[in-house]
Design a protein around this ligand. Structure first.
Ligand code: SF4
Length: 399
């Protein structure tokens, strides 16, 4: 990521901080924060029970459930569901990014249409998303106009409405050719068998109307009830966007149905004929045993916005779409080898992320613990080893 993109990203983060400031002082937000912290800590404590309940209740509601142990199983399960398609539509999903789902489907000859504006721009640009909710916040209007002009083979003015219209028109022309929509979910209510997803563009609503709706979600997103799930997504919205509520909140509890004719349940009205939920473990059960607090995360990205390392390096400090220090902690359980390369030793351990986090995940403490483990395994940067050797030899870090 070059210097100018970092500047643009940090400018977006400043605007986000300003927008959030007033809301974060509001008593309603403070109370909501306390409530969500309790919901998340209790949910993670009973995660395996919630997963059992969710599986049963979703199936009872007519939703198919697949539990994938790792990325390979999730990718393969989804591929089996969509292998006859040429084009599928997708919404923003950090979990899909975690398993490189788009790359996998495209390698297998299935084109993936990103429907979120920021994600579509990043898809054209082939750059890495820089914020979980605002993936293109490292690009300014001029950059974006260049990227899409090049993609569409015609000049698109560097003007917001012109950009929006050009991308939207292209997506809407392709949407009727898609019969599968893949989305994530922001929170899952185990006892109700419901999935809650939030968005501002309305794109997820389009995807839920396709014949097959596939929802890929980490098992850590489980909470007991719909009320809990809505509290979680409300707080996520405040911290991620600085807005009180999202423009859209979809609650999916079954495929499309009606009981309007003599109370007879008939399926296949307007929405999806088939809804399949793929629950992804991918190291989360291991994280539960060793560092359960990292699973409290509600996905708002507040931890990266004021992180001195992330705001200097950008997404190279993190793991795929799990950005910043928390992403590095999670990456340790997805693939122990990658946490080192994701920036384990780049963190300053300043603790700013923990202060910013609405559920107070002690990210810096967890990173420090992981470093200790990594040192025991003899894995640390050469420079650190040199400093240690100098101290041993001469009592100072210098030669
Ligand atoms: S502790 Fe590490 S991850 Fe957290 S804000 Fe500081 S530098 Fe960033």
């Amino acid at each position: 990521m070059d210097k100018s993109q970092l500047t643009i990203m940090n400018r977006s983060f400043t605007k986000l901080n300003q927008r959030r400031e007033v809301l974060l002082q509001d008593e309603t937000t403070i109370n909501l924060k306390e409530r969500v912290k309790k919901i998340r800590t209790n949910s993670i404590k009973q995660l395996s029970l919630l997963l059992e309940k969710a599986e049963k209740n979703l199936i009872d509601n007519g939703i198919e459930v697949i539990i994938a142990k790792n990325g390979d199983e999730a990718r393969e399960a989804i591929h089996q569901l969509v292998k006859t398609e040429d084009l599928i539509a997708k919404s923003k999903s950090n979990t899909a990014g975690e398993i490189k789902l788009t790359e996998y489907l495209e390698e297998n000859g299935i084109e993936v249409l990103e429907t979120d504006l920021g994600d579509r721009i990043v898809q054209f640009d082939k750059s890495r998303p820089t914020h979980p909710i605002g993936p293109a916040c490292h690009l300014d209007m001029k950059n974006i106009s260049k990227i899409i002009s090049c993609e569409f083979g015609r000049e698109i003015e560097a003007e917001p409405t012109a950009i929006l219209d050009a991308v939207k028109t292209d997506i809407l022309e392709k949407i009727p050719h898609c019969s599968v929509g893949i989305t994530g979910a922001n929170s899952v209510a185990a006892e109700d068998g419901s999935l809650v997803m939030v968005h501002n563009e309305g794109n997820i609503s389009l995807l839920t109307m396709m014949d097959l709706h596939i929802i890929l979600v980490g098992i850590d997103k489980l909470v007991p009830t719909v009320e809990d799930a809505i509290s979680v997504v409300k707080l996520e919205t405040i911290y991620a966007t600085g807005k009180k509520v999202p423009a859209y909140m979809n609650v999916i509890s079954s495929p499309s149905k009606t009981a309007d004719i003599e109370q007879i349940i008939l399926k296949d009205m307007y929405g999806a004929k088939r809804v399949v939920v793929v629950f992804l473990d991918n190291g989360r059960t291991q994280a539960l045993e060793e560092k359960e607090k990292c699973l409290w995360c509600i996905g708002c990205g507040a931890c990266i916005v004021n992180c001195p390392v992330y705001t200097t390096l950008g997404p190279e400090f993190g793991y795929l779409r799990h950005l910043g220090g928390k992403g590095i902690v999670l990456s340790h359980f997805i693939d122990g080898e990658v946490s080192y390369d994701s920036g384990l030793y780049k963190c300053t351990l300043c603790g700013q992320c923990t202060m910013e986090c609405p559920v107070e995940i002690p990210i810096n403490d967890m990173l420090e613990d992981l470093r200790k483990e990594s040192v025991k395994e003899g894995k640390y940067p050469e420079e650190h080893g040199n400093i240690r050797n100098n101290i041993k030899k001469s009592g100072t870090p210098f030669k």
